[in-house]
Design a protein around this ligand. Structure first.
Ligand SMILES: Cc1cc2nc3c(=O)[nH]c(=O)nc-3n(C[C@H](O)[C@H](O)[C@H](O)COP(=O)(O)OP(=O)(O)OC[C@H]3O[C@@H](n4cnc5c(N)ncnc54)[C@H](O)[C@@H]3O)c2cc1C
Length: 376
């Protein structure tokens, strides 16, 4: 393969890399996305799309396609161990809620959009092994396995994910922020008691169980775990039933167990090499804000890159400040949700009080702002 020169090379074609590429192509920049995977990752991850995320999807012209397939949430409730409920009802005019669609489908729609804006910009099956800032431009070493070739770009954005090796090499390890917890997650059939469109977060002495509706009619269950030991579908079903006391539809394998931890990096701009997406800041999945924050930040980054001079490294102060502000807020929110879901402990008095306050009808707007990301 021959050398290619572009305005911006993006390493990593996950949800953040592809959306950023769409934004840049829309602003007239030439882009190349280098993604090591041959196909879109199909393991279940994001499914909650907040209003701020829909704004970002609208900005690249896929918002309506997502809305057409997504399920709109109607309401949600946190149910304390004493049965007290702090609830929120969504309505499209004053209190628009998140919609639900699987991350892999959203990525598929974004990929189609990128193909329309910049045909051939996404190269799958290509791993970037080295990044060299030459001062006036950046050279990447890319490989397909059979072939190794250079890619030259004015600017490189590393969107290689929370464990991205290139980001770590350039920017050092990310700093953990807030609590770290384990959760098990699986899909199950809805039971007759489950209202479509309703989210339930159910506290129990053994840890929280969260139940989310999916567009397929199934439910996504997420349960606090004290260990990363694997769990089969039957054991997961029993765990959910024992903790919630509710009828639970059949749980489908596989059950995934994941660690939830927020992380932050001090510097995101290293000469002509920039970090974005989860590589720049990771928000714990509890609260479902990761892509929303990454996409909102990508909009600021795209504007600043489009207006920066080619002959000097981009400054991107607005981008760094925006990421810092959004990450702090989202990570505080995620920490709150994670602590709210812990098993019975000495913190329970504080938690019971928190639920009592949030259950007050005068707190409706505050609860809404706590659970929904509108303008990060
Ligand atoms: C269980 C779970 C539930 C979640 N739920 C939500 C939710 O409801 N709402 C929400 O907004 N967020 C949620 N998130 C967070 C969301 O999934 C992430 O924020 C998002 O996937 C990050 O996207 P990214 O593009 O930054 O990174 P990734 O999706 O990790 O993509 C990085 C890409 O870079 C590629 N790559 C890495 N290194 C190289 C290399 N050297 N060369 C070429 N390619 C490379 C990888 O193959 C990968 O495709 C959840 C996360 C988890 C784990």
């Amino acid at each position: 393969m021959s050398e290619r020169t572009v305005d911006v090379a993006i390493v990593g074609g996950g949800g953040n890399g592809i959306l950023l590429a769409c934004l840049l192509a829309d602003r007239g920049l030439t882009v190349r996305v280098l993604e090591r995977r041959d196909t879109i990752a199909d393991r279940p991850r994001a499914f909650g799309i907040h209003p701020a995320a829909l704004d970002a999807l609208d900005a690249v012209g896929v918002g309506d396609a997502v809305r057409a397939e997504a399920l709109a949430l109607t309401d949600g409730a946190f149910i304390g161990i004493d049965g007290r409920r702090a609830a929120v009802t969504f309505d499209p005019r004053d209190f628009p809620g998140p919609v639900v669609l699987g991350q892999n489908r959203v990525e598929e729609l974004l990929e189609q959009r990128l193909h329309a804006l910049a045909p051939g910009a996404l190269q799958r099956g290509v791993t970037v092994t080295a990044v060299t800032d030459q001062g006036s431009h950046v050279t990447l070493t890319a490989t397909t396995g059979a072939d190794t070739f250079p890619v030259t770009a004015t600017t490189v954005v590393l969107v290689d994910g929370t464990n991205g090796a290139l980001s770590e090499r350039i920017a050092g390890p990310a700093r953990p922020v807030g609590p770290r917890r384990w959760y098990a997650m699986a899909e199950g059939d809805a039971s007759p008691d489950d209202a479509p469109g309703s989210v339930a977060l159910i506290a129990s002495p053994e840890g929280i169980v969260e139940s989310f509706p999916l567009p397929s009619g199934r439910r996504r269950w997420v349960a606090w775990r004290g260990t990363d030991a694997p769990l089969d579908a039957d054991s997961f079903g029993m765990l959910v039933h024992d903790r919630t006391g509710r009828p639970v539809g059949r749980i489908h394998a596989p059950v995934s167990v994941f660690a939830a931890q927020s992380r932050r990096r001090r510097a995101l701009v290293h000469g002509r090499v920039i970090l974005a997406g989860d590589a720049a800041m990771t928000v714990s999945p509890i609260g479902g804000q990761g892509l929303t924050i990454g996409w909102a930040a990508a909009r600021v980054l795209a504007d600043e890159l489009a207006s920066s001079q080619r002959d000097e490294p981009p400054r991107l102060r607005r981008y760094e400040r925006a990421v810092d502000r959004m990450a702090r807020r989202a990570q505080r929110r995620a920490s709150f949700f994670m602590r709210l879901g812990d098993p019975t402990s000495s913190r329970d008095r504080a938690r019971a009080l928190a639920v009592r306050v949030l259950a007050l009808s005068s707190m409706r707007r505050a609860v809404y702002r706590l659970v929904v990301v509108r303008r990060p």
